[in-house]
Design a protein around this ligand. Structure first.
Ligand code: F6P
Length: 326
């Protein structure tokens, strides 16, 4: 019986549990024995690898996070630890591995594959949506919905209290979460690394809006810029508008997986298992222009992700200080 394992690496996302459920069900359907590697690459090294059964995945489709836990492993960067990891898989006869994670996780896997010949398929999973070669990473839709709910709630209190709220989103170096959230929540300001804007350029327009009765501001700021406090201070000092900073933090990584993420989890895993069975042994399942496709790790992991130009243009138009309605 062919043996296949799955692990989660890097920041967890909502959608990993639905992916694990599909993995177990589809592996059995294809006549394979599925295994879980607990604790990401750390678990490969420490041999926390266990057979996976239907009972293990019953009911987990509704849960955020990952039942088999995730980790960021420093040790896996060292060849000596990768050799131990390979032995642990080989001792059990596991020849195929699916990794849910980001590009850093895939880079580690490419080395591992070259050294050991173990077949690998990557599934992009990060709320940052910053993996080159795919338009969508598992977990992004749920994170966006969590952010949307948070901004809607903050707007209620912001307008009741006549305050400016600077809301900081995650995303590491990528402004995707902040940009989409700012557009879809009707924010007044969106600050991300990909669209440089000097907050001072809004001054005249915002003063005019305040004179006409505006009683709150919502500014969405990407964590990459590390300037949320500064922006809040600007509202306070330049506009004499009381301000607060709300750092959304890790709530963005949790929550009940959205319908879209459940569906994407099922599709990513199905394509992943199918491609491994077809003998494709070193690839990442990508989703571009509404279609699934496969790319080499080199193509995905060695290039930097760039935000979609059409989305950026929309952001540039919506948040250009020159378009601010006085
Ligand atoms: O990569 C996912 C992510 O949530 C980033 O958006 C964020 O910068 C980082 O992980 C936070 O990492 P940690 O969970 O280690 O604090």
């Amino acid at each position: 019986m062919d043996k296949i394992a799955i692990l989660c690496s890097g920041g967890d996302v909502s959608g990993m549990n639905p992916a694990l459920k599909r993995f177990v069900e589809y592996a059995y359907a294809k006549g394979m024995q599925p295994f879980f590697v607990y604790n990401g690459y750390e678990g490969l090294i420490d041999d926390t690898i266990q057979e996976a059964h239907y009972e293990d995945v019953a009911g987990i489709i509704t849960r955020g996070g990952t039942k088999i836990r995730s980790a960021r492993s420093e040790r896996f960067k060292e060849a000596s630890h990768r050799a131990i990891a390979a032995k642990n898989l080989q001792n059990r006869g596991i020849t195929k591995l699916i990794v849910l994670g980001g590009d850093g996780s895939f880079r580690g896997m490419e080395r591992f594959h070259n050294e050991t010949g173990i077949s690998f398929c990557g599934i992009p999973a990060t709320i940052d949506n910053d993996i080159n070669g795919t338009d969508y990473c598992l977990g992004v839709d749920t994170a966006l919905n969590v952010i949307k709910n948070a901004i809607d709630s903050i707007r209620d209190t912001a307008s009741s209290f006549r305050r400016a709220f600077v809301i900081e989103t995650m995303g590491r170096n990528c402004g995707y979460l902040a940009l989409v959230s700012a557009i879809t929540s009707g924010a007044e300001v969106c600050l991300i690394p990909e669209i440089p804007i000097n907050i001072h350029e809004y001054k005249g327009c915002f003063e005019s809006q305040i004179r006409k009765g505006r009683d709150y501001f919502i500014a969405i700021v990407s964590e990459a810029l590390q300037n949320s406090q500064e922006i809040a201070q600007w509202f306070q000092e330049e506009l004499h508008f009381e301000s607060r900073v709300s750092i959304l933090g890790h709530i963005q990584r949790g929550g009940n997986p959205s319908v879209y993420d459940r569906l994407m989890a099922y599709q990513f895993v199905t394509y992943g298992i199918d491609t491994l069975l077809e003998g494709n042994n070193n690839s990442v399942v990508c989703y571009t222009k509404s279609h699934f496709n496969f790319k080499s790790i080199a193509e995905v992991a060695l290039n930097t992700y760039r935000l979609d130009e059409e989305l950026l243009n929309l952001g540039r138009k919506q948040f250009a200080p020159s378009h601010c309605q006085r």
